[in-house]
Design a binder for this molecule. Structure first.
Ligand SMILES: [Zn+2]
Length: 281
């Protein structure tokens, strides 16, 4: 499942093709993905100009001049590709089967944006732009890791009284938005904090270190174009390479680059946690 850096990579790939341009015509090739498409979605999108393509956590949000925002989620296997005049044909370039092309946007200037999703856990919603913060999935989200309101102090406050492991607390989207399993494992390693430590026991100094580690990991992963795990591909069909820089994720039994000890794997809340028992306390 794509996490924040992968979604941000997709946003950066799509933005130049969409921002300031009109969607000449939208097509939906079925009635639903994970949820039914919004009522008359293709009609409501056709003719709309995209003012800005933003992102909130793992959601893309296209602010339209119709007063609506198109909210898009990649789900497990969703992928946007760009095709058309003046572009190398990236459509299906990364193995997307055209039978799974579910949404097509013909953009002014000759570009076509295609949403391909074999497993169909992705979804699209239209929501009034004026109240986009009240979109249910957004209303419950904590701060973005790269925004100013995310800090060690904010983390310390969110961890107060939490008896769950810090790993589980960091996956809570109300604590910080958009973090998933991979980057939580990596950030905890970088901060030298065991995923098993109780959230409430993380003091001020550790919270500062952890917030800085989260920001650094996310920033570096975005710069690397995300991580290529399973079938994620960036909007241009290219693959990110941050997975080559994982210190712990997926490295069970391999040597910790910090101390040479073996990376361990445990299961917490049904998810694998990878960590070094020596470097992380
Ligand atoms: Zn170590």
């Amino acid at each position: 499942m794509p996490e924040l850096p992968e979604v941000e990579t997709v946003r950066r790939g799509l933005a130049p093709a969409l921002e300031g341009r009109r969607i000449l015509r939208a097509h939906t090739r079925r009635a639903d993905l994970r949820f039914p498409f919004p009522d008359r979605m293709a009609e409501r999108l056709s003719g709309a100009r995209v003012n800005r393509l933003g992102r909130r956590a793992k959601y893309l949000a296209a602010d339209l001049d119709t007063g609506e925002t198109l909210i898009m989620h990649l789900g497990m296997s969703g992928r946007f590709t760009l095709g058309g005049e003046g572009l190398a044909s990236f459509v299906h370039g990364a193995g997307g089967d055209p039978r799974h092309d579910h949404v097509l946007l013909e953009i002014e200037g000759g570009t076509t944006v295609t949403f391909n999703d074999p497993r169909r856990f992705g979804f699209f919603q239209l929501w009034p732009s004026a109240g986009v913060d009240t979109y249910p999935a957004f209303a419950a989200l904590g701060p973005e890791p790269l925004a100013n309101d995310f800090s060690g102090a904010a983390l310390a406050e969110a961890f107060q009284g939490r008896r769950t492991p810090v790993k589980t607390a960091l996956l809570d989207q109300r604590v910080v938005a958009g973090l998933g399993n991979i980057y939580v494992c990596e950030a905890l390693h970088r901060a030298g904090i065991s995923p098993r430590r109780q959230a409430a026991s993380i003091g001020t100094a550790r919270s500062e270190r952890l917030a800085e580690a989260v920001r650094a990991v996310i920033r570096e992963a975005i710069e690397a174009g995300g991580s290529s795990i399973s079938d994620f591909a960036a909007a241009d069909g290219g693959l990110g390479y941050f997975q080559h820089r994982f210190e712990v994720y997926g490295r069970e039994g391999e040597a910790c680059r910090g101390c040479g000890g073996a990376i361990r794997r445990i299961v917490q809340s049904g998810r694998s946690s990878f960590y070094c028992g020596t470097c992380q306390r």
